[in-house]
Design a protein around this ligand. Structure first.
Ligand code: UDX
Length: 437
């Protein structure tokens, strides 16, 4: 089968490489020539484990092609997958500009009965928008379907090769059949539903997981007032099969390119259909407030940030990615600098310096290090933000400054409190006993 994937962002590139590895002929299309040139050399524009190898193999076997030319790719493709970005405004409204631009570019090359499958995350009513936009642009009959994506950054190749389910939203049996054939080699249940249900299922999955995280975070805050350890509480409730112990650890709140955006969009969508007071508004507000609240509480614990050197360990929003979108570091580092701290950043892949996140007036106070040991050696406070294995397995005892007071903030509960105290640090996790301030 020959397919086109329009948009070579995170989801587009990973999906293109995986579909090509199944033996399909895949065209990855983008208007960004620089990105296409990189991809043609099997260089992913972002860090993702195992992706470069897959890009190399599938291009060598001639299954995968990257191009800016719609006229070559679209007429040959049985399925055109839209995987462009759908940014959302502060109020959560979705901007479909890139979807519209992709439809405009492909419309003139469509041949009858092709399938336009939306992979970008869009609200349920966007399917009608796409259909009406296509009818304005072309007389060529085509089908519109949705195939939402559930992969996680950092394990995107693995997740795409081993999905928990494949969700196909369509209205016609022949469209289900073709999209099922596209995913054939995957050993996963195929859920065939209507297009709006498919889109809602994407929002529902992310909003549910975000709610779960927020629940753990709120429990953790309560534990700090009564001496309970939230890790013990989560273990105890996790034995109930209705609850389970997966995807269940508290921290500074969720970040990344999906949860904050999708929850905001679901909240906006709820308001737009009259549900002014809805759960999703609240979850997103709580998540946004959380970082500032915790930072204020940590500040009290360490006696203020002014004049202290803080090693911030983990700048990406999660391990195994260089993505800093809505990463805790992007809020915390500028705030610490504003409050007079010197900040030493460390991450195996991510950098804040590339993205204008460090305010220029505070450049002098900020440095990034290539080695973890170098980043922590002069620090008064160690702030372990992200659970990169290189951070969680590090022997911090070897860098402890003898004779001085040093604080260790374990923002993801990744360390054994006793071990950290044995190393000689003052330990603070999230929800791990009473905090008296
Ligand atoms: C998420 C969904 O998991 C994925 O199915 C969807 O397709 C895209 O959004 P991703 O954003 O890559 O994937 O990362 P994920 O590992 O789910 O983490 C999202 C955020 O939640 C991160 O900030 C992470 O640190 C946080 N998180 C996750 C928690 O705070 N606690 C947890 O228990 C799990």
């Amino acid at each position: 089968m020959t397919i086109s994937i329009i948009g070579t962002g995170f989801v587009g590139v990973v999906s293109a490489a995986v579909f090509a590895s199944f033996g399909h002929t895949v065209y990855g299309i983008d208007i960004d020539e620089k990105k296409i040139r990189m991809l043609q050399k099997a260089q992913p524009p972002f860090y993702e484990p195992n992706l470069a190898e897959l890009l190399r193999e599938t291009q060598q076997s001639n299954q995968l092609h990257f191009t800016t030319d719609y006229s070559v790719a679209i007429p040959q493709s049985e399925i055109c997958i839209i995987a462009v970005g759908t940014p959302s405004g502060k109020d959560g409204s979705v901007d479909l500009t890139y979807v519209d631009a992709a439809l405009t570019s492909l419309a003139e090359y469509l041949v009858p009965n092709q399938i336009i499958a939306i992979k970008s995350t869009v609200p349920p009513h966007a399917v009608d928008h796409v259909k009406s936009k296509l009818s304005e642009l072309t007389k060529t009959p085509c089908y519109v379907a949705t195939i939402p994506e559930f992969l996680r950054e950092g394990s995107a190749v693995y997740d795409t090769l081993h999905p928990s389910r494949i969700v196909i939203g369509a209205d016609q049996p022949e469209v289900f059949a073709k999209l099922e054939q596209l995913h054939k080699p995957l050993a996963a249940p195929v859920i065939k539903i209507n297009p709006a249900s498919a889109q809602m299922s994407k929002y529902a999955a992310n909003a549910y997981l975000a709610t779960r995280i927020m629940f753990a975070n709120q429990l953790a805050d309560l534990c700090e007032t009564n001496g309970a350890d939230v890790q013990e509480v989560l273990t105890a409730i996790g034995y109930d099969p209705r609850i389970g112990s997966h995807y269940w650890y508290p921290g500074l709140g969720y970040g990344g390119s999906c949860f904050p955006k999708d929850v905001r969009e679901l909240a906006h969508y709820s308001r737009s259909v009259g549900a002014k007071h809805n759960l999703f508004n609240k979850i997103q507000d709580l998540n946004e407030e959380r970082l500032s609240q915790l930072l204020a509480s940590y500040s009290k614990w360490v006696g203020g940030w002014d004049g202290k050197t803080v090693a911030v360990l983990g700048l990406a929003f999660k391990p195994n990615t260089d993505d800093v979108r809505e990463a805790p570091s992007t809020h915390i580092v500028p705030e610490l600098l504003r409050q007079g701290a010197r900040v030493y950043g460390y991450d195996p892949e991510a950098s804040l310096l590339k993205f204008n996140i460090v305010p220029t007036e505070h450049f002098q106070q900020y440095r990034e290090f290539e080695s973890l040991a170098a980043a922590v050696q002069d620090a008064d406070i160690l702030l372990a933000l992200i659970e990169w294995p290189i951070i969680t397995s590090f022997d911090f005892g070897s860098v402890r400054k003898a004779g001085s007071k040093q604080w260790f903030i374990d923002a993801r509960n990744q360390f054994d409190p006793k071990q950290v105290q044995d190393w000689g640090f003052l330990y603070r996790g999230v929800g791990r006993g009473r905090i008296d301030q």
